[in-house]
Design a protein around this ligand. Structure first.
Ligand SMILES: [Zn+2]
Ligand SMILES: [Zn+2]
Length: 352
């Protein structure tokens, strides 16, 4: 092993580069990971595009990565060299009361994610090096994945874990009708998990390509409000029932307002998608009161959600393959970001 490693880094607005640094050493409770792929998440390409100026540069981005364990510390028990793994980037301490209660790791006051996003490391760089050839992680933050699962599909563990967290907060019930607004990556992960929990899922999406992906995942209650009458079509799909829940999976003003226009009495709404700049919303207190609506926010996930997500993907209960676009070698990082930022894209993969 030569002692240098390459890593992808966003150095400024619309500028991603490949830099080099020393391969880090590990402590007794840590593992060294040789990353194979890293998918470009919305939070990554929005920072690249200059829409998240609250995130600092240079950012060694990447958290939808996966790879192989190449070295383990003396105290490590849960994995060994050669295991295929993903890393829980929220880095919860797993010792505080919030962690032990199984809350989203964003509650943990000691989580490493805050630390790495706010303070640069010894190289003056922020982030997790998820798009680096090598990465160090605490063994307690590492999850094994089935070796038959392609690395780029394993990259969906983190987004899927946040989806599982949201679906549990939404309390999806068997057989109830659930509308998912938006069939992007997060929309179709939400739709698949809601279906796994027994919901009868309806999907609304304006982009034809995304409706095709929904079809590929065997969803058949699809609406394109641009092409057909939304009210008529949803009435047909509801078969005299009411919507139990709505998942807003696209951070657009129109999606937020569409939800409150159609939400029936007692509807639960999951606010899955944020956006920058922030969407507007015509929500007023009176309808929430009189219609007994529940507005449920969700962000991040717990360690248990990571565990569940590795299982759903490893067993192919949730399919990620239709949510993948082209792969780019790390050296073409700039091209990969240009592609990821184009409208209508699913996940673009960097091969490390
Ligand atoms: Zn992500
Ligand atoms: Zn904690």
């Amino acid at each position: 092993m030569n002692n240098k490693m390459r890593y992808g880094v966003i150095v400024g607005k619309k500028k991603a580069e490949v830099h080099q640094k020393d391969i880090p050493s590990i402590k007794d409770d840590e593992v060294l990971i040789n990353n194979k792929t890293c998918n470009i998440c919305t939070t990554d390409y929005q920072q690249w595009a200059g829409d998240r100026m609250h995130q600092p540069f240079p950012m060694a981005f990447g958290h939808e990565n996966s790879g192989v364990v190449v070295k383990v510390g003396k105290e490590v028990k849960n994995c060994q060299e050669g295991d295929h793994i993903v890393v829980n980037i929220y880095g919860p301490c797993l010792e505080c009361d919030d962690c032990r209660m199984g809350k989203s790791s964003v509650y943990c006051k000691y989580n490493q994610a805050n630390e790495k996003m706010k303070n640069p490391d010894e190289n003056g760089v922020y982030g997790f090096y998820g798009c680096g050839e090598y990465q160090v992680a605490k063994s307690k933050h590492v999850f094994k994945i089935d070796k038959s699962l392609p690395f780029e599909e394993a990259g969906f563990v983190e987004p899927l874990a946040t989806v599982i967290h949201g679906i549990e907060r939404l309390r999806v019930k068997m057989k109830e009708k659930v509308l998912v607004i938006g069939a992007g990556t997060m929309g179709l992960l939400n739709a698949q998990v809601a279906r796994y929990y027994g919901a009868d899922v309806i999907i609304s999406e304006l982009i034809e390509k995304k409706l095709e992906a929904a079809k590929e995942l065997k969803f058949d209650k699809l609406i394109n409000p641009k092409k057909e009458n939304f009210d008529e079509r949803i009435k047909e799909y509801l078969e005299d029932e009411e919507l139990g829940a709505i998942i807003i999976a696209v951070g657009a003003t129109s999606a937020y307002n569409q939800a409150i226009q159609i939400a029936p009495k007692g509807c639960r709404m999951l606010i899955f998608a944020a956006n920058f700049p922030e969407p507007d919303w015509d929500l007023k207190p009176n309808p929430v009161h009189y219609k007994l609506w529940e507005i449920i926010g969700t962000y991040g996930c717990s360690t248990r959600d990571y565990q569940s997500a590795t299982t759903l993907l490893s067993k192919r209960y949730v399919l990620a393959a239709p949510l993948l676009e082209e792969k780019y070698p790390l050296k073409d990082i700039q091209k990969a970001f240009e592609k990821a930022t184009m409208p209508g894209m699913y996940r673009v993969t960097l091969e490390i």
